[in-house]
Design a protein around this ligand. Structure first.
Ligand SMILES: C[S@@+](CC[C@H](N)C(=O)[O-])C[C@H]1O[C@@H](n2cnc3c(N)ncnc32)[C@H](O)[C@@H]1O
Length: 353
């Protein structure tokens, strides 16, 4: 069998390339924090001194950073020590309200702390919940979630679910289970003022964040609960339930599905968003970002899903369509429709009793 180590030079290059990636990631973080990408946006080829004048930062440090960015192929080198930010960088590194914006997510979390906790998890088998990530963790990916809620969930996805938008416009009871930073809760509350939108999450930092934002936005149709989806009160029934990017993070997803079965009205809809993955590891290997996905799993998704003894531990790639269908049917649901929505990263399911 061919081995990944058959060519030792290539293998060494791969290892060092990850080390290089770690360093470049830290420098992308700085470029964002210091406003360097913003200062270069649309400005054409610039000298370090010109970037320094635009940012009030030190020219020599900027020149070294510019050279690193060109070496990393994130800037064009135009000759004579001039550097240019390409237009392709704008959505990803400059426009922080664009749904593709990612610069804010580089080197943000306390990596040393995460790694120390992970070392312990490898010994004990127990992971960490999202709440363990502290108040800062609740903000991670906030811009991206907000853009997805406003640009995709409200105008494209909800209208594609049979009869749901009409109910929300008229006035419906909705719960977003695992609401996280509340982007979907707030966007739905804003878009459907006649509906009552309940956000539920076991992360108290996330719930506090959504409370603050709802108050800032003057939304009076939002209700928040610090609880897991498995604790949905049985006496309340909902027209529309959502689990967005969270079933694979749960220690007891089957219990949450049982609660959803109890609490969904007879004609209600349950909408699931979860990570696009295939049942076989071999098939997933075609995904060029697969290693990153497993990193997310180890650092947060699987860790959260193993944060209680006996946790299901599905992890980032664990809720594939086969698992989804098996679990949804086992929970007693019979109507199961998959949606694509042209989203390379996620799959969607519309479920009814
Ligand atoms: C990746 S975040 C997704 C947040 C949000 N739905 C979104 O799409 O941005 C996963 C969320 O699931 C929550 N979660 C974990 N276990 C849960 C449970 N048993 N019930 C409800 N939410 C849970 C976590 O606290 C976290 O906020």
């Amino acid at each position: 069998m061919a081995s990944v180590g058959d060519d030792p030079r290539r293998y060494a290059f791969a290892v060092w390339n990850y080390r290089q990636g770690e360093i470049v990631a830290a420098m992308i973080h700085l470029g964002h924090e210091l406003g360097l990408y913003k200062a270069m946006a649309g400005a054409g080829p610039l000298l370090a001194g010109e970037v320094a004048a635009r940012t009030s930062l030190d020219e020599r440090w900027i020149l070294e950073w510019l050279r690193l960015q060109a070496a990393a192929k994130l800037l064009d080198y135009c000759g004579d020590d001039r550097f240019q930010l390409p237009d392709a960088a704008l959505d990803l590194l400059v426009e922080d309200d664009h749904k593709s914006f990612v610069a804010g997510e580089f080197s943000g979390p306390d990596m040393a702390g995460i790694l120390a906790r992970m070392t312990e998890s490898f010994r004990t088998g127990l992971g960490n919940s999202y709440e363990d990530g502290g108040p800062e963790g609740a903000h991670r990916g906030e811009c991206r979630h907000w853009q997805a809620a406003r640009n995709d969930l409200i105008p494209k996805m909800i209208p594609a679910l049979a009869g749901v938008e009409d109910k929300l416009k008229t006035g419906a009871l909705v719960a977003d289970i695992g609401c996280g930073d509340g982007a979907a809760v707030l966007a739905m509350a804003e878009s459907y003022p006649n509906s009552r939108i309940v956000g539920i999450d076991p992360n108290r930092h996330a719930i506090a964040l959504v409370e603050t934002k709802a108050a800032e936005m003057g939304l009076e149709n939002v209700e928040l609960h610090h609880a897991g989806g498995e604790d949905l009160p049985a006496e309340m029934t909902y027209d529309f339930l959502l689990t967005l990017d969270c079933l694979h993070d749960m220690t007891r997803p089957a219990e949450v599905m049982a609660a959803i079965k109890r609490c969904l009205k007879d004609d209600g809809t349950w909408f699931i968003k979860d990570i696009r993955s295939k049942p076989n590891f071999e098939d997933n290997l075609r995904n060029p970002m697969l290693a990153m996905m497993y990193g997310f799993s180890l650092m947060s998704c699987m860790s959260s899903a193993l944060s209680e003894p006996g946790g299901a531990g599905l992890g980032t790639l664990g809720f594939n369509p086969e698992v989804a269908e098996r679990m949804i049917r086992a929970a007693g649901f019979s109507q199961f429709q998959m949606h694509d929505f042209n989203d390379a990263g996620n799959l969607y399911y519309e479920i009814r009793h």
